[in-house]
Design a protein around this ligand. Structure first.
Ligand code: 5GP
Ligand code: ZN
Length: 119
């Protein structure tokens, strides 16, 4: 059985529907990008697919072009935000890795030096 296009309880589906406000920085036919409410770097933007998938792996297996569109939007956001020095793209996947919203989302982080390995 295929997954629903959106989930009634999903906060990111509500942002796509315009039911919850967000500071949108980029938009195209398959993605929406907006500033994280609790930024972890001077630039911290979330890129989400317009359709509901629980995480990046599920998005990639069900809709490979959708995953590619999310990454392309992340690169466009990084350029728009002037992150020419470098930036980090992160998909937290699963609660044990810090995922708290179960609608696939790409974190675009930059504007400060980023340590490796991450915490
Ligand atoms: P995760 O921890 O699942 O990888 O990332 C979820 C991110 O969503 C967190 O960084 C959190 O600050 C952000 N977030 C949660 N709720 C909202 C919201 O309503 N609006 C915005 N802009 N960001 C949110
Ligand atoms: Zn959703």
């Amino acid at each position: 059985m295929s997954k629903p296009e959106s989930s009634a309880d999903c906060i990111f589906c509500k942002i796509i529907a315009g039911e919850i406000p967000a500071e949108i920085v980029h938009s195209d036919e398959s993605t929406l990008s907006f500033r994280d409410l609790n930024p972890q770097a001077p630039t911290h933007v979330l890129v989400i697919p317009r359709t509901h998938h629980e995480n990046a792996a599920e998005l990639g297996s069900r809709d490979p072009a959708g995953l590619a569109a999310v990454i392309a939007a992340g690169a466009a956001v990084a350029e728009q935000e002037g992150l020419s020095h470098g930036y980090r793209l992160v998909f937290n996947t699963g609660a044990g890795a810090g995922q708290t919203v179960f609608h696939a989302h790409l974190h675009v982080l930059g504007g400060r030096s980023l340590q490796w390995p991450p915490g």
